[in-house]
Ligand binder design. Structure first.
Ligand code: ASP
Length: 310
C-alpha cells in the first residue's frame, strides 16, 4: 500500500463557523475521516503545519510548506497539501520554483465550502487529490473540481464555483468527469532533474504594479525609493507601457538603471505577453524590461522572487 503524507495548512476546507465567519480549525485526520471512500486506498499520515486563511499566507509560509515536504520526501510515495483556495495558486507556484527533481506527486487541494457543509465540494476534492497522490503523476499540481493542473499554470478564476481553478495557457494534466480521470500528462511542476533539490530563498521586495488608463508612472519611483528589487508591470493586452503624454519610459529606465528587474505581464488571463508587437512593448524591451511570456501573475511573481534570491 502506498504511503501518503497529508500536510494541513488551513483554508475553507478545514473551517468551522465563528462569530466573525469561517475559521480554519479541523486537522487532516478529521478531514480524511469524513471521506470514507479513502479507506483502503493508501496509508495516510498527517502533519498540521499551519492553520490559516490563505489570505494570511506569506512567503515565509511557502518556505514552511516546502521544508515540511522536503523533510519527509524520502519517507512517502506522495503528498496531499490542503490549503485555502484564495492563494493556493501562489503557494503551488512558489513550491514549483523551489523544488526540482520531484518524482513523486505533490497535490494541493482545497474547497469552496467547508467539509462539514451540506453539498460541499471538499470530499470529492480530497478524494481526487489522494487518487492523484497515489498515481504515477510527478511534481507539484492542484486537484480541484474537474481538473488536475500543473503547479505553475493554475489560477483561481471563480470565488464560488466548484470548478474554481483553471489551467491557464496549458492543457490541464487531467480532467475528471463522473469519477473518471482522463490524463493528458503526468508531468507536474518541478519534476525535471534526477535528484530532489530544494532552494527556498526568496526576495520579498518584489511588487506587482497594475497599469490602469492614465495612472501616473510616479508609482514606480515609490518602489525604487523603498528598495524594491523587482517590479512586475501588469499592463494591457500583449504587454508594454504607455509611452506618449503619460510616458512611463523614463521612470522605467530609472528603475532598470538602478538594478531593478522589470517584467511585463498582462491583465489578459489567456495567451500571455508579446512585447514585439507594438512600440509600447518594443520600447520597454529596449530599456531592458523582460516578458512574462505565458506565465500567470502567480507564477511570474514567485519566479522573480526566487530568481532574485538565487
Ligand atoms: N478564504 C479562504 C482561504 O483561502 C477561501 C478558501 O479556502 O476557499 O483560506
Amino acid at each position: 500500500m502506498k504511503k501518503i503524507l497529508m500536510l494541513g495548512t488551513g483554508g475553507t476546507i478545514a473551517c468551522v463557523p465563528s462569530e466573525n465567519g469561517l475559521v480554519p480549525a479541523l486537522d487532516g485526520k478529521t478531514l480524511v475521516k469524513m471521506v470514507p471512500e479513502l479507506a483502503g486506498l493508501c496509508h495516510i499520515d498527517y502533519k498540521q503545519i499551519l492553520n490559516l486563511d490563505s489570505s494570511n499566507i506569506a512567503p515565509k509560509h511557502w518556505q514552511i510548506i516546502a521544508n515540511a515536504l522536503a523533510e519527509s520526501y524520502d519517507n512517502y510515495d506522495g503528498f496531499v497539501i490542503t490549503h485555502g483556495t484564495d492563494t493556493m495558486a501562489y503557494s503551488a507556484a512558489a513550491l514549483s520554483w523551489m523544488i526540482q527533481g520531484c518524482k513523486k506527486p505533490v497535490v494541493f487541494t482545497g474547497a469552496q465550502l467547508p467539509i462539514t457543509a451540506e453539498g460541499t465540494d471538499a470530499k470529492a476534492n480530497v478524494y481526487n487529490a489522494f487518487l492523484v497522490a497515489t498515481s504515477q503523476a510527478q511534481g507539484i499540481c492542484l486537484a480541484f473540481g474537474k481538473f488536475v493542473i500543473h503547479g505553475l499554470y493554475a489560477k483561481k478564476m471563480c470565488s464560488e464555483s466548484f470548478d474554481g481553478f483553471y489551467s491557464i495557457n496549458r492543457q490541464p494534466m487531467a480532467t475528471i468527469e463522473d469519477n473518471q480521470f482522463t490524463w493528458n500528462s503526468y508531468e507536474g511542476a518541478g519534476s525535471s532533474g534526477n535528484k530532489f533539490t530544494l532552494n527556498t530563498a526568496l526576495e520579498e521586495k518584489v511588487a506587482v504594479v497594475k497599469v490602469t488608463p492614465g495612472l501616473s508612472p510616479d508609482i514606480l519611483d515609490y518602489y525604487l525609493d523603498r528598495g524594491y528589487k523587482g517590479i512586475i508591470l501588469e499592463s494591457f493586452g500583449a504587454g508594454g507601457v504607455p509611452n506618449d503624454e503619460n510616458n512611463w519610459l523614463p521612470n522605467l529606465e530609472r528603475l532598470i538603471q538602478n538594478g531593478v528587474r522589470v517584467v511585463c505581464a498582462t491583465q489578459c488571463t489567456y495567451d500571455g505577453v508579446n512585447l514585439s508587437v507594438y512600440p509600447i512593448g518594443t520600447l520597454a524591451q529596449k530599456l531592458g524590461a523582460e516578458s512574462a511570456g505565458t506565465l500567470t501573475i502567480e507564477a511570474t511573481l514567485t519566479k522573480l522572487m526566487h530568481d532574485l534570491a538565487k
